[in-house]
Design a protein around this ligand. Structure first.
Ligand code: PPS
Length: 343
């Protein structure tokens, strides 16, 4: 029996008591009810379109001008002649996390698909810029043709309390992708990134535990907290059914990107176009890299901030963290129905 009430499409039950922030009180400046702001009808209407590679060079994602595609440009003239008119739409699918899980790799891999158009940088609409409204958000999306899937990735969405309800308000059919990785390695990766930006940062072992490495795990420390996936997922499951979420294994995305991409394409309702032939393993980097992508025709890897060397961490500290995460991982496996096999 469900104990609780439904608030704006999300179930607020016993689990959320004392967590009022789940209830989003402030409406975005432009509510999604405006006809042109409504989410695309892709889920309802599967339209077969001719696939035309589409790169609007007039747009830099990091420096958005709010212009619509220029009709005069040769590419758009060509599309118009074909009766195809690209327009910006709110996303159909989101990569919501997790930070350091492999979200950039997933985004770069999925956008190899000609029916996917994605914002290049993290938009942070649902966590930081929600007050700017849906028109603002839509303008941060690339122009798409009917039938193409519009996407963006912002890893902090997964752990931000208000986000599930806000996404649900935009479109309760939004498809949600979560890349998860062993939470201990994830925490170390997160720490490595933070340490690369701050000179003289304390040791991982000193930050992850209260009273030094012998003490209790500091569950309030961001890199630890993010890895309690079950807790965050429970919030999403109050708003979305499990079948609307796809859990991508960060580990498998490295050892077998094509297999994970097959699952992703199936989930998004896309033909399996991204396959083994799109990847090669770069032994110097130790990661799969791309044969080519939308922007580059030559083989290349993700940037140097992806696939960093991690510092040595005291094995006893690693083991203590593993013990800490074990019950949460078990709960996560139970909720998702997938055993990720983390040690
Ligand atoms: N193909 C490929 N190339 C490089 N790196 C890859 C790849 N696939 C997955 N990964 C892993 O992605 C980790 C970074 O995760 P994110 O992209 O989610 O980081 S971020 O949250 O956007 O900062 C990154 O973490 P670190 O190894 O700690 O740097 C990688 O392990």
């Amino acid at each position: 029996m469900v104990v609780g009430k439904v608030v704006m499409g999300c179930r607020i039950d016993e689990l959320s008591k004392g967590q009022p922030a789940v209830v989003q009180a402030t409406a975005p400046r432009t509510p999604p009810a405006e006809p042109d702001e409504r989410p695309t009808a892709r889920q309802e209407k599967q339209t077969i379109v001719r696939v035309v590679p589409l790169t609007w060079t007039g747009l830099s994602i990091g420096n958005e001008s709010n212009r619509e595609p220029q009709d005069g440009a040769p590419k758009y003239r060509f599309l118009r002649q074909q009766g195809l008119r690209p327009s910006r739409k709110l996303p159909d699918a989101l990569i919501i996390g997790v930070k350091k899980g492999g979200t950039r790799a997933l985004l770069e891999f999925v956008r190899l698909h000609p029916d996917v158009r994605a914002a290049g940088s993290e938009v942070h609409f649902f966590d930081r810029f929600y007050r700017k409204g849906f028109t603002w958000y839509r303008h941060h999306m690339p122009p798409t043709l009917e039938g193409q899937v519009t996407m963006e990735k912002t890893p902090s969405y997964f752990v931000t309390r208000e986000v599930p309800q806000r996404v649900h308000q935009m479109n309760p059919n939004t498809k949600l992708l979560v890349v998860v990785r062993d939470p201990v390695t994830r925490a170390i990766s997160d720490y490595t990134q933070a340490a690369s930006k701050k000179v003289g940062m304390r040791r991982f072992e000193d930050l992850a535990f209260l009273n030094g490495s012998g003490g209790l795990v500091d569950t309030s420390w961001g890199p630890v907290k993010i890895g309690v996936y079950a807790r965050h997922l429970e919030r999403w499951l109050r708003c979305f059914p499990l079948k609307q979420l796809l859990f991508v294994s960060g580990e498998r995305l490295i050892v077998d990107p094509a297999a994970e991409m097959a699952r992703v394409q199936d989930f998004l309702g896309l033909k399996r176009v991204v396959t083994e032939k799109h990847f090669y393993f770069n032994s110097t980097k130790g990661f799969p890299c791309l044969m080519k992508s939308e922007g580059r025709s030559s083989p290349h890897c993700l940037g140097k901030t992806k696939g960093r060397n991690h510092p040595h961490i005291d094995p006893a500290a690693v083991e203590r963290l593993r013990e800490f995460y074990r019950p949460f991982n078990a709960r996560f496996y139970q909720l998702t129905g997938i055993n990720f096999g983390w040690p």
